[in-house]
Design a protein around this ligand. Structure first.
Ligand SMILES: O=C(O)CCC(=O)C(=O)O
Length: 293
């Protein structure tokens, strides 16, 4: 196995691993550590069915079934489909079809966010629909001092209701998911459990504000942090090929995708796992003061 930088980015490409085969314990540990350090790992030319995708994900943590049951695979409920394809009744087979997906961190609205995401490219239009990743470790290390001291003591409000207002595909399913996902608070800065370096934790589209700040000041702080964190030098852009498996650590990365052409079929399969706070940045959580216990 070899883990090599991709161009000049923070992301790493892993060579010499067939993700359908069992991993030697030492190789699994090397991958866990590389993931928790670099944030994004890419495997090319993989041929993975749904059972194998779940089995590979389970090496790193317990799979989470996300709140959108309507996006789940009918074979393996641990998998959701990210797709613009429709079934024969004209119903979307998954979610996040063709609209813009702005900078976000998966599952950040959860009390205990499952921070490991795996996305496998099954059908990908050529040169279309890249996914961009921003590294919040690099962003934190370069924050101007006043912004850093504001971020260091801030807790953000993370709200599924706020996030899902942007989804228009299935209002009923969004309402059901909202009812299961009350707002939570997470600190905007975390430290790596074994190495101690700091990183921002952000999800701009899920954060209506910052605890203790008036709405406009909270939103301004989030905007400033996002603008800093998503500068080109902190961003890796993944141009998909069929058979790519990309895994990212949501504890210190953001990702986004542009608008897609709905007529060009695109299907990716995603799993999400709970990563161990012993090795990965896993956000701390509190309930907002005003909420009932
Ligand atoms: O479709 C993509 O490229 C990104 C999907 C995404 O943002 C997600 O799975 O959270």
């Amino acid at each position: 196995m070899q883990i090599l930088p991709i161009a000049n980015s923070f992301a790493r490409e892993v060579h010499g691993v067939d993700c359908t085969q069992p991993l030697a314990p030492a190789d699994a540990q090397t991958l866990r550590e590389a993931w928790s350090q670099h944030g994004v790992l890419v495997f090319r030319r993989q041929l993975i069915d749904e059972d194998a995708l779940v089995a590979f994900s389970e090496i790193f943590g317990e799979p989470e079934r996300i709140v959108r049951e309507d996006w789940a695979s009918k074979q393996r409920s641990e998998i959701i489909y990210i797709s613009n394809l429709l079934d024969r009744n004209g119903t979307a087979i998954g979610g996040l079809g063709a609209g813009e997906i702005t900078w976000h961190s998966d599952q950040s609205y959860q009390t205990f966010p499952a921070t490991g995401s795996f996305l496998y490219g099954v059908e990908i239009p050529k040169d279309h629909g890249a996914t961009e990743f921003a590294n919040l470790r690099l962003a934190y290390a370069t924050l101007p001092p006043t912004l850093k001291s504001q971020a260091d003591k801030a807790w953000g409000v993370f709200s599924y209701a706020h996030r899902s207002a942007a989804y228009d595909e299935s209002p009923e399913a969004s309402a059901k998911a909202r009812a299961r996902s009350p707002d939570v608070l997470h600190p905007l800065v975390h430290h790596h459990p074994t190495e101690g370096w700091g990183a921002l934790y952000l999800d701009p589209g899920t954060m209506p504000g910052v605890e203790g700040l008036p709405d406009d000041r909270g939103r301004a702080l989030i905007r400033e942090l996002q603008e800093h964190a998503t500068q080109p030098q902190f961003v890796y852009r993944h141009e998909w090929r069929m058979g790519d498996l990309v895994m990212w650590d949501n504890g210190f990365t953001l990702h986004r995708r542009g608008v897609l052409d709905p007529t060009r079929p695109r299907l990716l399969k995603r799993t999400t796992v709970k990563l161990s706070p012993d090795l990965h940045i896993v956000p701390l959580t509190r309930k907002p003061e005003a909420m009932p216990a």
